[in-house]
Design a protein around this ligand. Structure first.
Ligand code: FES
Ligand code: FES
Length: 126
């Protein structure tokens, strides 16, 4: 498998690895698994009082493309509203990272993690 330079860069220098306290009401946690391969991704967003994502962290147990997808997404969501973050799609991610077709599901994992985090935030703050 030939990985693109962007995948290798995010894989070797992942941005924003770590966790926030999931019980904090300003923290949105999305934990998703890929049925195709069993890999797991946890994405957490820290939301400020105005509903803007001020910080993001991830932990991914998976392949290089999954790690790169989650690393990229933590950069993309910062400064966005939840509504705008929800618009990030796996096609944006796979295009940016030049993922081959067999690795598309890795970028879907990142899209699903954003959506799961937003759902978590809404249910916590309902
Ligand atoms: Fe799970 Fe990629 S198949 S690491
Ligand atoms: Fe399964 Fe990448 S997330 S191979």
């Amino acid at each position: 498998m030939a990985y693109s330079e962007k995948v290798i860069d995010h894989y070797e220098n992942p941005r924003n690895v770590g966790s926030f306290d999931k019980d904090d009401k300003s923290v949105a946690t999305g934990m998703v698994g890929a049925p195709a391969c069993g890999d797991v991704m946890k994405l957490q967003l820290k939301i400020d009082a105005n509903g803007i994502i001020e910080d993001a962290k991830f932990k991914t147990y998976g392949c290089g493309s999954a790690i790169a997808s989650s690393s990229l997404v933590t950069e993309w969501v910062k400064g966005k509203s939840l509504e705008d973050a929800a618009k990030i799609s796996n096609t944006d991610i796979s295009a940016e990272l030049a993922l081959p077709p067999v690795k598309i599901h890795c970028s879907i994992l990142a899209e699903d993690a954003i959506k799961a985090a937003i759902e978590d935030y809404k249910s916590k703050n309902a």
